[in-house]
Design a protein around this ligand. Sequence first.
Ligand SMILES: [Zn+2]
Length: 447
Amino acid sequence: MIKNRRKQKNHKFKLTASIVILLLTAFFTTACGNVGSDNSYNNEKTPAVSENEENKNLVDLNGVLKVHYINVAQGDAILIQCDDENMIIDAGKNNKAGLVDYYLKEQGVEKLDYVVGTHPHEDHIGGLDLVIDTYDIGTILMPKITATTQTFKDLITSINNKDLKITEPIAGTTYELGKATFEILAPNSSDYSDTNNYSIVIKLTYGDTSFLFTGDCEDVSEEEMVAKGLDLKADVLKIGHHGSRDSTIDEFLLAVDPMYAVISVGRVNTYGHPHKRVMDKLKEKNIDVYRTDESGTVIASSDGNNITFNTSPDSYDYRDGDKSGLVDDNDDSNYPDGSNNNLSVETTNDDSEIFIANIDKVGEIVTIKNNSNKDQNLKGWTLLSVTGNQEYIFEDFIIEAGTSITIASGKAQGDIKWGTANIWNNTGDDNGILKDNNGNIISKFTY
Ligand SMILES: [Zn+2]
């Protein structure tokens, strides 16, 4: 079901001048529409200036802005596309890197004009190293806070390898993404006790519609934004910190006053996200909620006047107490030593520290990464191509701590050669499974 509601705004008049400019711009430039492969939206063009009094202030941006809240289970990964320009905010955990990469390729992304690492927790920056390695990169925005984890080191290595620079987010700075603009709203301090509060908060505006992206920012940062009197008003709010009770304080929600909320959260997570306190507030205010744990990837499209979604709104269900006592809810990333697999309750051992990072099906190369602190001999382990039911059994081969190896088939070259036949099915689904020498599934790579 596609929802298409129009919201009355009080700031229409100040937009009039910019509408005229935008109309002139639109007249001389080509359309941006049709980014990506999904055509399931209501993408009708709205008349620029209508005789009809009702439509008088509609904007014609001659295209569509798309915001993809990619389903990366517990974590965030958001792709924003407008006028052939692309931006990514976070890229999920390490073991979701391949999935994010695949998703971007599916959308035809070749360059990322902006890469935002909201804060250095693994469920946000884990996949960013592969993104940096793979695409043409423009501006990288990351807060001024470091982490001692292997994940963070990997990201910095990838940035350095391409001679890229990190831009510090300065609140109040605005950037352009095609005909959309975005403004940095946070962080507003240089020192927080909780890493989550360093999260870069961004307000994206496209015509008369707006989106707020909050990373994992919590009450402290939300209070600062409210106290500064920033224009937080937005149509779509990405709920902070996967729906944790430490985010989305009343004053903040009141100031944002969203029509829609999106929660990026894992179906199975040890934190009990999203929490009752947050879900109750959204329900009470009758805010439509879209959740990656219920709908999978959520795509919002804006023509500058209306926002439509690729799916119908989800439930106000919460998980408080599901896994209580297992882990400190304040930290959804990993332990200081970089390990996090012991937090996993995924049945597929999805958060293993040794995992399939990518399957390049066309290139016939599988990348396996060892994100743990110790070397692992893969002797007796198996890599399975599910569709063709082909199995590669590893011989004596050590994957060193913190490194990746490649397994090549067909004409490809890699650290290990899996025969000369092509293994991976290029057209349909072909998932990869990695099993240890006892036959336990260690990692599953799913398209
Ligand atoms: Zn997070």
